[in-house]
Design a protein around this ligand. Structure first.
Ligand SMILES: [Zn+2]
Length: 270
């Protein structure tokens, strides 16, 4: 079976009636989903997510569930960043390695946090830098959210040259892709790479080095074509693999093996 991987999902935001959960598990098994990272967005959500996801989905033989913990840059999180980072640190310390595989998502969002709307730009960069410090202390990779802020994001990453990670749901073009790659980071493409108007994303995908590419759903958001508008779930990552295999001109199986090796070397360390 081809080992598909969804390196970024928010399982706790999916419907969790027993019927819905069973449908998801069936779809994961049919697709051959090998790994899912459930990604955190709030200072204290890690233990709650592990508890609710384990309760709903149980332990799956076929699909391994692992977790990240980080703080999405909301105005509130930026304002209370010192207190929030303390809370996040406690959660990271308490979680076994192997179950917790990354810091994030964290980052810079100039779409929501716009200087003209009075956003605290410096505070936002400090919040990201605090995550990178944690990554350094705990030797974990980082999952970065970066929207309309490629340069600002890179500025912070450059201050932490030993920290590795992935720019998730990549939304820029070739030039920005090359800058992140040069800095040693991975690039992850989400469902929007399948959208008709996403030509510059597909150009970035075409040129991204094969050994630095990851794929993800960002479930429940951004369902890929042909499911656009529906609730996304990790099984739909198969559509990103199909698009990527076509653009990279590779057999699906070969692409999947490469992504698995990228995923393993970044997140599943010995
Ligand atoms: Zn996300």
């Amino acid at each position: 079976m081809i080992p598909f991987i969804d390196s970024h999902a928010h399982l706790s935001m999916l419907p969790k009636t027993p019927e819905a959960v069973q449908t998801y598990i069936d779809e994961w098994n049919t697709a051959g989903l090998a790994w899912i990272i459930d990604v955190g967005t709030q200072a204290e959500d890690l233990e709650l997510r592990i508890a609710s996801i384990t309760q709903a989905f149980g332990t799956q033989d076929e699909t391994k569930l692992v977790y990240s913990a980080g703080i999405w840059p909301s105005a509130e999180a930026i304002q209370h960043r010192h207190r929030y980072i303390d809370k996040l640190t406690t959660q990271i310390q308490r979680c076994p390695r192997g179950l917790l595989v990354a810091i994030g998502e964290c980052g810079i969002d100039r779409y929501w946090n716009h200087p003209e709307k009075g956003a605290d730009i410096q505070g936002e960069q400090e919040l990201l830098a605090a995550h990178l410090e944690l990554a350094q202390i705990y030797s974990l990779p980082v999952i970065i959210h970066s929207r309309d802020a490629a340069r600002e994001t890179l500025d912070v990453l450059k201050a932490f040259p030993r920290v590795q990670g992935v720019i998730h749901c990549f939304s820029y073009g070739k030039t920005e892709m090359k800058a992140f790659i040069k800095q040693g980071w991975y690039i992850s493409f989400a469902g929007n790479v399948t959208y008709k108007n996403a030509q510059s994303l597909r150009e970035a995908l075409q040129e991204v080095p094969l050994d630095r590419m990851l794929l993800e759903t960002d479930s429940p958001y951004l369902a890929p074509v042909p499911h656009r508008g529906k609730t996304n779930n990790p099984a739909m990552v198969v559509h990103q693999y199909e698009v990527a295999a076509r653009i990279k001109n590779l057999p699906l199986e070969e692409l999947a093996q490469q992504i698995k090796s990228n995923f393993t070397s970044l997140f599943i360390r010995p």
